[in-house]
Design a protein around this ligand. Sequence first.
Ligand code: AHG
Ligand code: MN
Ligand code: MN
Length: 363
Amino acid sequence: MPYRRTTLSKFIIEDQRRAAAPEPELTSLLNDIQTACKLIAVAASRGGIAVPGDTRAPAVETAVNVQGEQQKPLDVIANDIMIGTCEWGGQLAGMVSEEMEQPYEIPAVYPRGRYLLVFDPLDGSSNIDVNMPVGTIFSVLRCPEGVTAPGLEHFLQPGTAQVAAGYAIYGPTAMLVLTLGAGVHGFTLDPEIGAFTLTHPDMAIPPDSHEFAVNVSNERFWEPPVRRYVDECVEGTAGVRGVDFNMRWIASMVAEVHRILVRGGLFMYPRDAKDPSKPGRLRLMYEANPMAMIVEQAGGAASTGRGRILELAPAEIHQRVPVILGSRSEVERLVRYHAEYDAGEDAPFKTPLFNARSLFRTA
Ligand code: AHG
Ligand code: MN
Ligand code: MN
């Protein structure tokens, strides 16, 4: 047993020790977040078995959340765990969660701190019943100077303002992947000692890849540049790409991003016309922004198709955005397809009969 291995706790302390302006509260906050992720990992791993001592577990109250989605018991349990584990330490001024319509106020009994925590307590909820990977996504922002009771507007910061971002994945092993703005590092939970242990230092996304992930059942709602990209991938060696592609869809953004960090690829939930009131499926503040920071820090790219995700100015805490992220050259290609489409330059033939906007093109 290597006693000198790097646990996540040790990694965070050493990182802060190297920092020009160390922030001890950030160390404590990240420790509370990792504790929350371990508790959620245990709850997820027990599946239908009640958590010992938790008399509430068999009958957790669920509702339709602010997204209009039916909560699963584990959504509610994971949300309670994040709040209960992170509210007491005095590092936070407030929290925003996918599962709560309004920001969560830190109870008056606890001191208030200088950070804001924004999270998706359980990502990929539809995977719970079928024993597939789920995860937790988090983003740490600074509370503006002098603000002790943050309102909605104080959370509405662009992704470039994130101090830290990460996710935990609860799969065959539980892992926590973290960026503090200088690279991305992966830690695997050692169940024997209950510690996340550095196993994937300096994760780097290969710039090229021949694997894509998208929910193809939405194809008829996609914009032409997205169709063009996917059509070309599917054509494989017979098409303009000249190479066969592979496709994956796990229905958990955490699991898709994790795969991309390990072996590259492109993941997207693009803009679609399924529900015109929603510009995308994924939420900017607690899904797109933290994942975009992680992906960029690992050398990849993250775009809406028409702009860098991290530079968007959020208008609402539960705002949705189109998301295209992963291997840099693939993301750049799809961004170019959007630009060519917007400029009317993507037509294979310069005739209105056969180009992408033609009446003769199906759907
Ligand atoms: P959540 O479970 O937090 O609502 O997020 C699920 C998200 C994301 O993780 C995944 O990529 C996508 O929704 C799956 O969407 P489909 O149901 O269209 O497959
Ligand atoms: Mn999610
Ligand atoms: Mn969720």
